[in-house]
Design a protein around this ligand. Structure first.
Ligand SMILES: [Mg+2]
Length: 267
């Protein structure tokens, strides 16, 4: 067997795995920042993290963060670190509110993920039910979805950051809230995420996982964490959703029979 043959077989096997994930999913749980948009595309996340650190330092709280946390340039790492040291405090509430305001500002320059909008609309149209399970603030998600005309695809199933920071992914809390509210078994759902913490949260909730990686670095991180099905573009997912629905519009094939009809009052 040549290495080309092996490579072809690997690609074919992964496409089959992807088709399996798609046809079995009655409920699709989306991470927000990454699979749906790049929230900080025009509004640097490292600047936001820096501002949070500076704000803490301005209050004489320099020692609250380790050097690694201070230099992480990741606002969620800063927030989570403070949450661990002062759970339920006014300080955490204030910091969370500051991050929410920054995220809200970022929505106006967020970059839609290629093919995310048509994929959401198409999947919804063929009967899948959708929820957002994110570490971002729910008002931020609502603002972005409204700007893209996607609100009705998800409402009311948007589960995001609360001031209980220990519930952030990789904790499965937001996935469990979505499954419970939608009356879905974990095995009937699919989580789409772009980071190892999405994968760990999905595993903890018992939900199958599809990784989205817009570059090789992100793909390596996901595969290194144990993700087995990762796509570089949502176009591939869209094509499979379209193909599966086109060939089984009213049949009893896996794809159509696995989608439960929308229940009134739930979405
Ligand atoms: Mg993400």
């Amino acid at each position: 067997m040549t290495s080309d043959t092996t490579q072809t077989e690997l690609v074919a096997a992964e496409t089959e795995a992807l088709r399996g994930l798609i046809t079995c999913a009655r409920v699709v749980l989306w991470d927000f920042d990454g699979p749906i948009c790049r929230l900080f595309a025009g509004h640097a996340a490292d600047k936001v993290a820096d501002d949070l650190v500076e704000w803490l330092e301005g209050r004489g709280l320099h020692g609250l963060l380790t050097d690694a946390e201070r230099q992480s340039l990741d606002p969620h790492i800063v927030l989570r670190a403070v949450g661990r040291r002062h759970p339920g405090s006014d300080l955490v509430d204030e910091l969370e509110e500051r991050l929410t305001q920054e995220e809200l500002r970022a929505t106006s320059s967020a970059m839609p993920t290629p093919y995310a909008d048509p994929l959401i609309l198409t999947w919804k149209a063929v009967g899948a039910r959708m929820a957002i399970a994110t570490n971002n603030s729910p008002p931020v998600v609502r603002t972005y979805l409204a700007s893209r005309g996607l609100t009705s695809c998800f409402t009311p199933h948007i589960y995001g950051r609360t001031r209980q920071l220990h519930h952030l992914k990789p904790d499965p809390h937001c996935l469990n809230r979505a499954l419970s509210a939608m009356g879905s078994a974990p095995g009937d759902a699919l989580m789409i995420g772009d980071t190892p913490s999405d994968l760990y949260a999905a595993k903890a909730a018992g939900v199958p996982f599809l990784g989205y990686a817009r570059n090789e670095r992100k793909e390596k991180r996901l595969r290194g964490a144990g993700a087995t099905t990762v796509v570089a573009s949502l176009e591939q997912v869209l094509e499979l959703v379209r193909t599966a629905s086109a060939f089984s519009p009213n049949s009893s094939s896996n794809f159509s029979s696995n989608f439960s009809p929308k229940r009134s009052g739930q979405l």
